[in-house]
Design a binder for this molecule. Structure first.
Ligand code: DPP
Ligand code: ZN
Length: 885
């Protein structure tokens, strides 16, 4: 239970070459016989064998068939009297475990009377004693034995080589994985499952069997996941020349899962949320998430499984790279440039609303962390999303082809091995000899070692007489825990200059490497408008004193869709900050200026822009993003200001919203393609604003007759042919606080009471609704008493508790501190059940030091209350200790 440091890495003292596992599956007492062939690692000084184990009952240990002495030390099984010399030896370990008692959902557990496993990062040690570390790669043979009626389907990694009947109604299946793998990629599944199958022939001419396993009754919701899987196989072959290396590739869905999904070799296990979809039960967002996650896990087969991590500090080696790959996959599937841009904007929004705060808070860590207490706490937006941005910058610097060459070299060098982030960057550099990237590699790698979000400040100067335009770019990076001083980063900065009329004068990619650099553009006729950090070419905060006029020009004309959207966001941020500065002004007095309103109107009315893009531009920056722009945050004030701005947009653009709704509300037969998704999103947004406008009452008799909209929304809610339209209509009623929200919610529950993923939405919508006089917390407490609530199910816990504590700042940060008390109680309640989920929840107060008083003191007190509990998990202890440091 102490801190682990990256610098302490040592190669394992033993290698495990083969593992033969035999399971007698029983919920209360599963017996595991583990026969391994081991040998000493000749490169390491002789030492006892120490095998990891957790919550196991050990009954027998044999070395080469003979009993042996052993001891248990700190949970580890320690063997001192092993055969001398380099000869391989056989080790046989017999243990039992209790899957039904496993509420942590790590190792072997039971969900809906089926068995599942989750071994990443360190769950395999909860199944048997092992060298549970990713650099120990072994060949696995797995035999599963279980009651045939209760567990008709028995799955593990690789190929099914044998199966048959046993006595007493039991049966068995034997699986052999043709690839060596680390223990974290082991998986087994046993239960009553059905599957959708698809046979495919790859580009390389090989036959493969693809299967998606779900509970009986869910088969009609697997088509989209299967399509995504087929698209993934084809994409990785086409884009990177990486083929499926298995005869059989399986996905299995479970409703009890800590993460989104897991890339176990040949046997991906998924949260049902990222598999099951039908137009009646899943939204467009669900469909698109399924595509990304199916792609993500499939792409891990190469980036993660064939080449894996040497140690867990290298997690971003596989995660950053694989997120980058799934982002590229989704962009390529989206097709058109405008749809790609929408995906890019969505990805950046996630980075800025979730990763930037992490990088500025107590849990800030480099993409390749240097230390951890609990590795589960480092499956973070920094390792994943910022890690993906680091890979993206590499591609930007060496070009798409240069990057593909680098990937090829990476696999040539490291296939079948456990390697480091340095190895990856080196392969990209070596595949591009003489490139700027190769020269800058040591400096570039600071992206792996330095935490914190760099700030790039741009200052411009225009010399009218000579026509010379100068752009000075300076970088700095604030201190983060344990890293006071930062060296300059390599920052690719996409640049463009627009003339005052919006036409593009020039564009280029500049690579900023110094603390400060000045670029000179000669012969510019009239002061241009700079478009900086196009495409969000680096994960930095860009500071530039844009004037409103410049932002309006960029919003109207920039050829770079990202910066076009960004200009709209900056206009909104500037206004929100100004309103927040006027402490005395009640939010109800907030009035948006006409130039801004007109700019939003012209986007909304634009004849050629995609609906999806319009929806992004018209969406105000998130409350957390606004909060990050402030020195000191009053989340309720932020909420009130943002809501007031939205109310203004609703009222001032009423006719335009109506037009947007009417032109986008009928998308015909349901297809989740980018164009129709965009239209549904904009229609939904329009409906919300129309219901908000109706709330004001001021226009109730006017020609637009806004008061008819809640009724229309209710009708649409009832008649909708797909979940996206239905849920958007329901949300419009809930968000606008209309009296029809209550009957609609009731009806929604009745319609979908047997659909757990839809019920999650129902819970989340209520826990995340805008606060009206402190009504949300009591509602959340009531939801927790609802018969459908179950804190042990992570999806359900997240839908209620996280939707309130992490996603509803205006309702959570109550001056009476009742939100914080609720939070601390839930963290403490969840910790003994499922420490990973508890630790995620614990992070809801990461940014407490930024809060205004009395919130700050109240939050600190709540964190201290959690920290005071003596037997906290490492997971929660690490989070709260860092928060208080
Ligand atoms: N399941 C997680 C992911 O795929 C951990 N590998 O990212
Ligand atoms: Zn992953």
């Amino acid at each position: 239970n102490s801190v682990i440091y990256r610098a302490d890495y040592q190669a394992p003292a033993y290698w495990i070459d083969t593992v033969d596992l035999c399971f007698d599956l029983d919920p209360a007492k599963t017996r595991v016989l583990n026969k391994m062939k081991l040998r000493r690692n000749a490169d390491v000084a002789p030492q006892p064998l120490r095998l990891d184990g957790e919550e196991l009952n050990l009954s027998r240990v044999l070395v080469n068939g003979q009993g042996t002495s052993f001891k248990i030390d700190g949970g580890q099984l320690v063997l001192e009297n092993l055969p001398e010399g380099d000869q391989p030896f056989e080790l046989e370990i017999f243990t039992t475990c209790a899957p039904v008692k496993n509420t942590k959902l790590m190792g072997l557990y039971v969900s809906n009377d089926s068995f599942f496993t989750q071994c990443e990062a360190e769950g395999f040690r909860r199944i048997t004693y092992f060298l549970d570390r990713p650099d120990v790669m072994a060949s696995y043979t797995v035999t599963l034995r279980a009651d045939k009626a209760r567990y008709p389907v028995l799955l593990s990694n690789g190929n099914l080589v044998d199966q048959g009947k046993l006595d007493d109604g039991r049966h068995f299946a034997r699986w052999v994985d043709p690839f060596r793998k680390p223990s974290y990629l082991f998986a087994l599944v046993a239960g009553q499952l059905v599957c959708r199958e698809q046979r495919i022939t790859s580009r390389a001419g090989k036959e493969h069997l693809l299967q998606v396993y779900v509970r009986p009754g869910d088969l009609d919701k697997t088509e989209h996941a299967m399509n995504a899987l087929m698209d993934s196989v084809a994409w990785d072959e086409a884009r990177f020349g990486l083929s499926l290396d298995l005869e059989r590739f399986m996905i299995v869905a479970t409703s009890d899962f800590n993460m989104g999904a897991m890339e176990n070799k040949g046997l991906n296990i998924f949260n049902t949320k990222y598999v099951l979809a039908s137009q009646a039960t899943a939204t467009d967002t669900d469909f698109s998430n399924i595509e990304s996650v199916v792609g993500h896990e499939y792409f891990h087969n190469w980036t993660g499984n064939r080449v894996t991590c040497r140690d867990w500090f290298q997690l971003s080696l596989k995660e950053g790279l694989t997120v980058f790959r799934d982002q590229e996959f989704s962009q390529d599937l989206a097709g058109e440039a405008s749809a790609r841009a929408v995906k890019r904007i969505e990805d950046v929004r996630v980075l800025r609303t979730a990763q930037f705060p992490e990088d500025a808070g107590p849990m800030a860590h480099p993409v390749r962390p240097d230390q951890y207490l609990e590795i589960n706490n480092f499956y973070t937006v920094t390792v994943y999303e910022k890690g993906a941005e680091v890979v993206r910058m590499m591609q930007t610097l060496v070009g798409r082809e240069g990057f593909a060459r680098g990937m090829t070299l990476y696999f040539e060098r490291h296939d079948g091995h456990a390697v480091t982030c340095d190895d990856f960057a080196q392969a990209i550099a070596d595949a591009n000899p003489g490139s700027q990237f190769e020269q800058l590699l040591p400096q570039f790698k600071r992206w792996y070692s330095q935490a914190g979000t760099p700030r790039v400040t741009a200052v411009t100067q225009y010399d009218e007489p000579t026509g010379e335009y100068r752009l000075t770019l300076s970088q700095s990076c604030p201190p983060t825990p344990g890293q006071e001083h930062k060296e300059p980063f390599v920052i690719p900065i996409g640049l463009g200059l627009l003339a005052a009329d919006g036409s593009e004068l020039t564009s280029r990619m500049h690579v900023l490497t110094q603390a400060s650099e000045t670029l000179t553009f000669p012969g510019i006729d009239g002061e241009p408008v700079p478009s900086i950090l196009r495409g969000f070419s680096a994960p930095v905060i860009l500071e530039h004193a844009y004037t409103d006029a410049q932002l309006l020009t960029l919003l109207a004309h920039d050829t770079d869709p990202f910066n076009r959207w960004e200009a709209g966001q900056r206009l909104a941020v500037n206004r929100a900050l100004a309103f927040m500065g006027q402490q005395a002004m009640p939010a109800s007095d907030i009035r948006l200026d006409q130039p801004y309103i007109e700019a939003m109107r012209s986007i909304l009315r634009h004849p050629t822009l995609d609906s999806a893009f319009k929806e992004l531009v018209l969406t105000l920056p998130a409350e957390t993003y606004l909060g990050e722009q402030l020195q000191e945050v009053d989340p309720q004030r932020v909420h009130a200001v943002r809501e007031a701005m939205r109310q203004q947009l609703a009222q001032q653009l009423q006719a335009d919203w109506q037009c947007a709704f009417e032109t986008n509300s009928d998308t015909g037969g349901y297809v989740p393609d980018p164009v129709s998704c965009g239209r549904r999103a904009l229609a939904g947004m329009a409906l919300t604003h129309l219901c908000l406008a109706a709330r004001s009452g001021a226009h109730s008799a006017g020609p637009g007759q806004p008061d008819v909209w809640p009724g229309k929304a209710y009708q649409r809610f009832k008649d909708a042919a797909n979940m996206t339209d239905r849920f958007n209509a329901l949300s419009a009623l809930v968000i606008s606080g209309n009296e029809l929200a209550a009957p609609a919610l009731q009806k929604f529950h009745a319609l979908f009471k047997d659909e757990p993923l839809v019920l999650d939405k129902w819970f989340a919508l209520q826990a995340g609704q805008p606060d009206r006089g402190g009504n949300v917390l009591p509602a959340v407490k009531q939801l927790m008493n609802h018969p459908d609530f179950n804190i042990r199910n992570p999806n359900r816990a997240r839908s209620v508790i996280f939707s309130y504590c992490s996603a509803n700042p205006g309702a959570f940060h109550r001056p009476d501190a009742a939100g914080y008390v609720f939070w601390s109680e839930r963290v403490l309640e969840l910790d003994p059940i499922n420490p990973q989920v508890a630790a995620r929840l614990a992070r809801a107060l990461d940014r407490w030091k930024k809060l205004v008083e009395p919130l700050r003191s109240a939050a600190r007190e709540a964190i201290a209350r959690v920290a005071a509990k003596p037997d906290l998990s490492n997971d929660v202890r690490e989070v709260v200790t860092r928060a208080l440091a």
